[in-house]
Design a protein around this ligand. Sequence first.
Ligand code: ATP
Ligand code: MG
Length: 158
Amino acid sequence: QWVELGAFVHSIVERFEMIVKDKNIYFHRHIVKQPTYAKLDADKLTQVLDNIISNAIKYSPSGGNVTVTLLHQGNKARISIADEGMGIPPESQERIFERFYRVDKARARNVGGTGLGLAIAREYVQAHDGEIWVHSEYNEGTTIYVTLPYSTFKGGKV
Ligand code: ATP
Ligand code: MG
C-alpha cells in the first residue's frame, strides 16, 4: 500500500513518546515538508522502526535524546534514528545485522532481546530496494540509517 512517510514517522514517534514518559528520554523530529510516498507494507515498516527506536531507548541512559529524521536524498527517502547511548564498538558494527548477534553478552543480559530485530529490519529494507546501515561512536551514540525509494505523490514511480 502507499504510505506517506512523514505522517507515518510522526505517528510512530508519538506512540513512543507516550510509552517512555517515565523513562526520561527526549524525542526530536526533523521531517521533510514535501510529501514522501513509499509503496510498502505499513505493518512491516512499523516493525522495522519499532525495533530501531526500541534499541535506541534500550541502549540509552536516562535523559538521553533520540532524534528521528526524514529527508530526501537523491531518489531515496532517508530515515535516521540517532541516540546518545553506549554506542557499538567498530568490530561489532557490521555484525549487529546478523541473526542472534548481540554486542557483549554481559551488557545484553540486562536488557531483553533475541538479537533478531535488526536482521529482520535489514531483510525487509533490502527486499524493498532500500539500504540500512549504522554509524556509531563507542560511548557517544549510534545512528541507524534506512533508505527507501519514494515518490512525491501517491501512485508515482518509485
Ligand atoms: P530484539 O531486537 O530481537 O529484541 P536486540 O535488540 O538485542 O533483540 P537487535 O535489535 O537485532 O537485537 O540488535 C542487535 C544488537 O545490536 C543489540 O543486542 C545491541 O547489542 C546492538 N545495538 C542495536 N542498536 C543499538 C543502539 N542503538 N545502541 C547500542 N547498541 C545497539
Ligand atoms: Mg532490537
